[in-house]
Design a protein around this ligand. Structure first.
Ligand SMILES: [Zn+2]
Ligand SMILES: [Zn+2]
Length: 358
């Protein structure tokens, strides 16, 4: 039995082919992939600069589908079960793995980054990496459990009190998820900083009380903060726009990961505030550590969070976090190459592209 596969085959190149279907081994399940999220990480890997994985490799780590076959020793799963897949695989025996922190395992790798991913019709994965989808969560949305789980792990590292003021810097999918998570966690005023009006508009629909376009207001932190008063906000929200100033925020989430976003976050935090570092700079950047010390800020870095997957699905099923508004394009699996090309050429329009099997 053969299956259709898309592979990353060289710099910014994808090629379709076929491969033999694998038999699920002990503790494994074969998943018929239904939907795949296209992620900035995919484009980064394809550029050849990510430093992990090597072509030829099927990418794809934001995955949802249906259990097709189960291997020996797999309990609790039946063919036909609807699932999403945690792509992270640890060694299973080290201290971090045993403590439930497989993302900190020295041997950790990810399906679709280090190992063959879901750019194919069928994928064999450890059954321990499967999560059952609630009826209310469709396959396209379910692909986003992977992104959302990273964000929820970051939220868990913060002490968010009801009525907090928070800023999110970065208007990509993770920034838009953070806006929703902060509101769900009880923040009373969430300000979203970004570079694209369309994304900021979406941010307001998803709960941001105030949005600031850094491109039109200048990227220097002080100017950005000063210019908030000039920013258009949705009058329906009835929020004042002149109350964000340096040293006013309880929480800042840097979902952009560059020197300017870090500077802005540090500047806007009040004394004793908390800064979540989530966006990945990719190279060393400068930060005003003097301000961190003198303002007694708490800094937390965050990547994956294996423990939070069940709660992510609860948040999606209950509607506490909306995913559908972020899905801007849909492509059939046969046109995965076009989906990738669109993501690369139209980053402003493509918030989240989903590729699905018919
Ligand atoms: Zn991703
Ligand atoms: Zn381990």
């Amino acid at each position: 039995m053969r299956k259709k596969v898309w592979q990353w085959t060289g710099m910014n190149e994808v090629t379709s082919s076929t491969a033999e279907r694998e038999q699920p081994g002990s503790g494994e399940a074969e998943i018929r992939i239904a939907s795949i999220g296209i992620c900035g990480t995919d484009l980064h890997i394809m550029s050849g600069h990510a430093g992990f994985g090597a072509p030829p490799l099927p990418l794809g780590h934001e995955l949802a589908g249906v259990v097709e076959r189960i291997g020996p020793g797999v309990d609790g799963w039946q063919p036909g079960d609807r699932v999403c897949i945690d792509p992270l695989i640890g060694c299973g025996v080290c201290r971090e793995c045993l403590a439930g922190n497989k993302h900190r395992c020295a041997q950790a790798g990810e399906i679709g980054l280090h190992y063959p991913g879901g750019w194919q019709e069928y994928l064999v994965v450890p059954a321990a990496n499967l999560y059952r989808l609630p009826d209310a969560v469709g396959f396209e949305e379910a692909t986003q459990a992977e992104t959302l789980h990273c964000c929820l792990g970051g939220i868990d590292k913060l002490d968010i009190r009801l009525g907090s003021h928070a800023v999110v810097i970065g208007d990509g999918p993770t920034g838009l998820y953070y806006v929703q998570l902060l509101k769900a966690a009880g923040a009373s005023k969430v300000t979203l900083f970004g570079m694209r009006d369309g994304r900021l508009e979406l941010g307001r629909r998803l709960g941001a009380d105030v949005t600031v376009n850094l491109r039109s207001s200048g990227t220097v932190a002080a100017e950005a903060a000063d210019s908030v008063a000039d920013t258009d906000t949705d009058t329906d929200t009835g929020t004042e726009t002149d109350s964000i100033a340096p040293e006013t925020q309880d929480i800042a989430i840097d979902a952009a990961g560059n020197e300017a976003s870090l500077k802005l976050g540090i500047e806007l935090l009040k004394r004793g505030g908390q800064l979540l570092l989530f966006g990945l700079p990719g190279h060393p950047i400068l930060a005003d550590i003097q301000a961190v010390v003198l303002k007694e800020l708490t800094l937390a870095g965050s990547t994956n969070a294996p423990q939070v997957w069940p709660r992510v699905l609860e948040l999606m099923a209950s509607g506490s976090v909306q995913v559908k508004p972020l899905i801007t394009q849909h492509y059939p699996f046969a046109e995965l190459d076009r989906a990738i090309a669109f993501a690369r050429s139209e980053p402003d329009e493509a918030v989240k592209i989903i590729v699905s099997h018919s």
